[in-house]
Design a protein around this ligand. Structure first.
Ligand SMILES: Cc1ncc(COP(=O)(O)O)c(C=O)c1O
Length: 374
């Protein structure tokens, strides 16, 4: 067991709250707060920040992100949020009338709304997270010659189900179908190995399990497909930029996923995100995963009584950091209110209490939560 005490100090909310709500918003660690504040101060004191400093910041943050996801730096680009990553995937694949796409019927709207609004003429076919968990091959019955993409949530925002991305990526490859993943509810809570899984796109914003600020996230674009894509958002910074002496000079598009970064980036967000990623690098995602799964297992064991309806799987491989349930004999909204009044922070979603601890939470905090539930 690794010592958590030092890390708890990095999160000011541990002084006042039992915070079990990382599936909603993760707190910023203090090094991220300081880095953002230093940069904000710099803007006030000196206005311009040298171009090279931004480049260095982007490059080093990209390296940390690629290490966490186990992919190449060339496959990472920065986006504003998970939705933007999915929208870039949709916009660059080249959907045509008559195509179909396979989606999750219980996905968070990030992974359904863009398809509905942007592709009204593309047929949507649906699977449930539970079906995919029980048998990833279930998507085979929905794939046909007109299927262009499968777009699924890695971890479901409500029931916490974590699906087997590797098998689905294999199926998609065999059928020449793009595989898009919304990784938001797993990335930072449990390990992901994109080098091994090889999806086509994987999008996750920073502000939940990755403990970063709003307005920044990462999109992975598999390098084997980059040449086939027609990005919908190419701009001046999609090209190599060497100097400001000859602004009109035609420049070549970047040969990497960074071509999806069309203009000036959210550097204030990035400077904080970098510090959060450094924390993941220092501790190691395997230790983080072990702690997240230990805490959620501990909670599941405590509430494994007939009083509770639990919708999260018990098996560690089938979930990440989310545990959702309700008491059969009590109103979840009332329980939620009681927890809130006692500074225990979780979410109320679709009538279920959703508990989502991170690596710095403790079993004592789970015990305190449970004492209000029983
Ligand atoms: C599975 C999932 N994806 C994405 C998001 C957020 O999407 P975005 O970063 O586009 O706001 C959420 C938010 O709760 C989520 O649960």
């Amino acid at each position: 067991m690794f010592d958590l005490t030092n890390y708890r100090k990095l999160f000011l909310l541990t002084e006042n709250y039992n915070y079990l709500n990382h599936a909603s918003t993760g707190p910023l660690p203090m090094p991220a707060v300081m880095a953002i504040s230093d940069m904000a101060r710099k803007y006030s004191e000196q206005g311009m920040i040298e171009w090279q400093e931004y480049e260095q910041l982007s490059n080093s943050t990209r390296v940390l992100a690629a290490e966490l996801l186990n992919c190449s730096n060339d496959e990472i680009c920065f986006v504003q949020n998970t939705s933007q990553g999915i929208i870039y995937a949709i916009g660059s694949i080249g959907f045509e009338k008559g195509d179909n796409v396979i989606l999750m019927q219980d996905a968070f709207p990030t992974n359904s709304a863009p398809f509905r609004y942007l592709l009204p003429e593309v047929e949507k076919r649906y699977v449930a997270s539970r079906e995919v968990l029980d048998n990833p091959d279930c998507i085979l019955k929905l794939i046909d010659a007109k299927t262009k993409a499968v777009s699924l949530d890695w971890v479901n925002f409500l029931n916490g189900i974590r699906i087997d991305l590797k098998r689905i990526a294999q199926i998609c490859k065999e059928h020449k179908v793009y595989f898009i993943v919304d990784g938001m509810q797993g990335c930072g809570a449990v390990r992901i190995d994109l080098g091994d899984i090889q999806p086509d796109f994987f999008s996750s914003a920073a502000p939940k399990w990755l403990l970063g600020p709003h307005g920044i996230g990462i999109l992975y674009v598999n390098k084997s497909i980059l040449g086939n894509l027609k990005p919908c958002n190419l701009g001046w910074l999609s090209a190599e930029w060497d100097n400001f002496y000859d602004i009109a000079k035609p420049r070549k598009l970047k040969p990497t996923a960074a071509r999806f970064e069309e203009g000036t980036k959210n550097y204030l967000g990035m400077v904080g995100f970098k510090e959060s990623l450094k924390l993941f690098d220092q501790i190691g995602i395997d230790k983080i995963e072990a702690q997240v799964l230990d805490l959620t297992s501990y909670l599941l064991d405590k509430i494994a009584t007939p009083q509770f309806e639990i919708i999260t799987p018990k098996n560690r491989r089938e979930r990440a950091g989310i545990v959702s349930f309700k008491r059969k004999d009590k109103d979840s909204a009332e329980l939620y209110q009681k927890l809130k009044e006692n500074n225990i922070v979780c979410s109320l979603r679709n009538g279920y209490l959703r508990i989502s601890p991170h690596f710095y939470n403790t079993k004592a905090e789970i015990d305190q939560l449970v004492s209000f539930l029983l």
